[in-house]
Design a protein around this ligand. Structure first.
Ligand SMILES: [Zn+2]
Length: 183
């Protein structure tokens, strides 16, 4: 990938002041720094594909489209790392004149899609990613991965170190069972 200081910028001189004109554009770019700070993040040089439709309107340039990228994720249940494809849609007006309700502007016949795409991707990154929908997580005692789709159940022979915890769990369950009677 070639080094480009502002890879998300698109020249729109041909569209400025020509309402009704439109053009499609594809960008193959990278954010240049890590995006996201949870269990799913997009690496700095991860390829980002942006398909954008640029439409000239009276107020400015309307940019709508989609972006796709792959995040590096860690399963929130079993801690396994996996690749998570992320696809986002966006619509944003780049105004000719700065207005109170518009954050983005056409500057020198150029629009910069970076913040638009970045914001959409950050919103789409899951807080609790799972590597597969039926991931059963880890066995709380052995730390081993459980077979997908299985449900962990406590072994019959309780380790003495666990029996105190078991007592707490039983109390908690009893409390939950009693709770509805209070109402
Ligand atoms: Zn998992």
């Amino acid at each position: 990938m070639s080094v480009h200081a502002m890879p998300f910028q698109v020249g729109v001189r041909d569209l400025v002041g020509k309402p009704g004109q439109m053009r499609e554009h594809e960008l193959d770019v990278a954010f240049g720094d890590r995006v996201g700070e949870g269990l799913a993040v997009v690496a700095a040089q991860e390829p980002v594909t942006v398909d954008v439709r640029l439409e000239s309107v009276h107020e400015g340039i309307l940019a709508s489209g989609s972006a796709s990228v792959t995040a590096d994720a860690e399963c929130s249940r079993c801690l396994e790392t996996f690749r998570l494809p992320v696809q986002v849609d966006f619509v944003e007006l780049f105004a000719y004149i700065r207005a109170e309700d518009s954050e983005f502007q056409v500057v020198d016949d150029v629009i910069d899609l970076e913040q638009v795409v970045r914001d959409a991707v950050v919103l789409a990154l899951p807080f609790n990613p799972v590597d597969r929908p039926d991931c059963a997580g880890l066995d709380p005692i052995t730390g081993e991965r459980l077979a997908p789709g299985t449900e962990w159940s406590p072994p019959e022979q309780i380790d003495p170190r666990w029996s105190a915890l078991r007592g707490l769990l039983d109390d908690d369950e009893a409390a939950q069972t009693r709770a509805p009677e209070k109402e």
